[in-house]
Write a protein that binds this ligand. Structure first.
Ligand code: UFG
Length: 346
């Protein structure tokens, strides 16, 4: 059995839009549920341009009780085989400042999606978790048996949802669930039509570098060059968003074919660590632009180094990341230079 009809919660966002492209190109149908809190309807127009096929859209807020009945009806009417759940708030700093909002959005959004899937009789779910669930407790490469200890409220919402989904799969064997622990998604679709479009000042390294390269921001701050890493800057496992998106299709196919997998965790990363200085150099080569930077103090809550051991995904999902840091920079730059103001230009 293959899962043909997939609900994509948060499907207009950065990762969600790339997931939609991969689903459509694999011949699947998608129903996107999005409230456009941190995304644009233009992204879905672009998904249709790239991949053809049909993406249906339900504009609704999974975390708003007033929208719940409408969501349950629309999901049931769509007759899904399963869902990919990427809807939620995701800014680490904001979650420290407004923790209750993070719990009050990310958990209830998941409750409503589960209720809708129950009503539709489609108990197959791929959840967008994060490597942030590992916190700073493990030596890299970290595998899925690593100790769990997120260091901020955003990360704790991801861990709590994972734990709830494990409880659900234990209680009701009809549920089949993947918790995908993303490392650092970067890059954009090779067409340059969809990519990351953060609201306001970017928090993350790649969108910040890209906006410096395009001249929208004057200078990058390198948060610390005194870490115990090979060049003193922080090391992360950057993964091309198209590789990451393909991992979701592999995960949903795995769940469809396994008789009783329960809830399974997968690291989605490349297995390779890249430092901030290496990322700057790679982006400079790809864009042929100057990237002015200054080294400043460490950012609160940052860790020195984390990268994945991605072997379990390769073994069970038959998936691995193939795109290099050069590909990530070239594709990120193509998107950024063609859309200097993201989707706002349209
Ligand atoms: N960095 C800078 N300057 C910047 C932004 C980042 O030097 O302006 C550095 C950071 O210190 C870190 C690296 O670049 O060493 C990557 O930082 P990001 O903010 O891009 O990514 P993080 O690894 O901090 O965060 C990411 C996701 C989070 C997730 C976390 C889990 O964005 O959602 O991984 O580890 F929680």
């Amino acid at each position: 059995m293959t899962a043909k009809r997939i609900v994509v919660a948060g499907g207009a966002g950065y990762i969600g839009s790339h997931v939609c492209v991969e689903l459509l190109q694999a011949g699947r149908k998608a129903l996107v549920i999005d409230n456009f809190a941190n995304s644009s309807p233009v992204a879905l127009d672009r998904v249709r341009e790239i991949a053809g096929g049909n993406v249906e859209l339900l504009r609704a807020d999974l975390a708003d009780p007033a929208d719940a009945e409408r969501i349950v009806s629309a999901v049931t009417a769509f007759r899904p085989d399963g869902a990919i759940h990427l809807a939620g708030l995701k800014a680490v700093g904001e979650s420290v400042a407004e923790p209750v909002r993070y719990y009050a959005v990310n958990l209830p959004a998941t409750f409503t999606l589960i209720r809708a899937l129950e009503a539709a009789g489609a108990r197959l779910l791929v959840f967008s978790s994060s490597a942030t669930v590992y916190g700073d407790l493990n030596k890299s490469p970290v595998d899925e048996t690593g100790a769990l200890g997120p260091t901020n409220p955003y990360g704790r919402t991801k861990l709590f949802i994972e734990e709830m989904l494990r409880d659900l799969a234990r209680a009701d064997k009809r549920w089949k669930i993947c918790n995908l622990r993303y490392f650092n998604p970067v890059g954009a679709h090779a067409s340059g039509k969809i990519g990351e479009d953060p609201n306001g000042l970017p928090n993350n390294l790649f969108p910040f570098i890209a906006q410096v390269a395009v001249g929208r921001l004057p200078k990058l701050k390198v948060f610390g060059a005194d870490y115990p890493t090979r060049d003193g800057s922080g090391v992360r496992d950057y993964i091309h968003v198209v590789d990451l998106a393909a991992g979701h299709v592999a995960a949903i196919d795995y769940l469809a074919k396994e008789a009783s997998p329960g809830a399974v965790e997968f690291n989605l990363g490349t297995g390779r660590g890249v430092s901030v200085f290496e990322a700057i150099a790679a982006f400079k080569r790809a864009s042929n632009r100057d990237i002015p930077f200054e080294v400043t103090a460490r950012r609160d809550g940052d860790i020195a180094e984390i990268y994945a051991r991605p072997d379990k995904a390769e073994k069970l999902l038959g998936w691995r990341a193939t795109r290099t840091i050069e590909n990530m920079c070239a594709d990120h730059w193509r998107w950024q230079s063609a859309n200097p103001n993201g989707y706002r230009d349209e």
